[in-house]
Design a protein around this ligand. Sequence first.
Ligand SMILES: [Zn+2]
Length: 315
Amino acid sequence: MKTPSAPVPPSLRSRRCASIAGAITLVARCYSPGDADSTGSASQAINGTVTFPNNSGCNADQQQRVRDVMQVVRTAVVNDPSALTACLRDAVTSPSWGHSAEHIVSRLLQNLPTEVQCDNSNPGRTYGQDNWINAHAPLSIADERIVFDRTFLMDATNTTARLGSVLLHEVMHNKGDTHTFDTEYRHSVNEQVERCFRDITGDQTFDLARRSTMPTESELQTFGSDGVDEPYAIACPTSAPMAGQSIATTTTIFSTNGVISQGQLQRLQVRCRAANGSTVTTAGTAGSGGTLATDDCPQGEVVVGVRGYADANHV
Ligand SMILES: [Zn+2]
């Protein structure tokens, strides 16, 4: 925190936004291991077998290749889905339709065989069902059906783990997850499953944002009056969202719905409430003097913004 050397005008010169509200929401939506939506009882349910229809288009070598791929999937996911689940829990997925990592894995591990066909992709065809590379699969069906491109499937530079990751990407299409082909693509459920599988099998390190490495706060650009001093910041400690503030100004008015301060700002304190607690503590002090007036949000709510103003003289 930088303490101003002179009274600071009551302008809102810097606003900090922490992802506290989102974190609280996520906590509220977490499933406990005993919930029906967790993968616990379903962890052994996936069939993990592959079938070929009579007209699959896969020759004997291609069928064996697919079986080898499914064996990798069975080893890395079916027998113990904990590594995939942990990776997905740390992923930043959009869009996820609110589905937790456990929910995604539970759908992936439904007790179904996976039917595989082989074809030649042709991305030059008219956009639509025929415009695909590597593999494709029908969206939102009751069973599991995917089509591999023969060249992609038999390319020796593609590891079985790589092919397995594509298989899971396509199976997630069967389960209803889909994506666009723009910047959101990499963050879709399909791609996150694909990348997590490559990561847990050692094929390729996960290369997207992780929840655990995201900054706890972001600072927006400064706006408003800025003629006296550099902006300063007071931050609440980790796991204690901002609940309110205490302000002393040259004139303080107590309104019916809180504290409205007028005049030049003399002192500012941030009020922080421990998560799931009722205790509110003060974090830091900027400035000095005056009589502090405090206004806190009700328990269960957090501050999401502060409004202020300055006059033409920056005060
Ligand atoms: Zn896809």
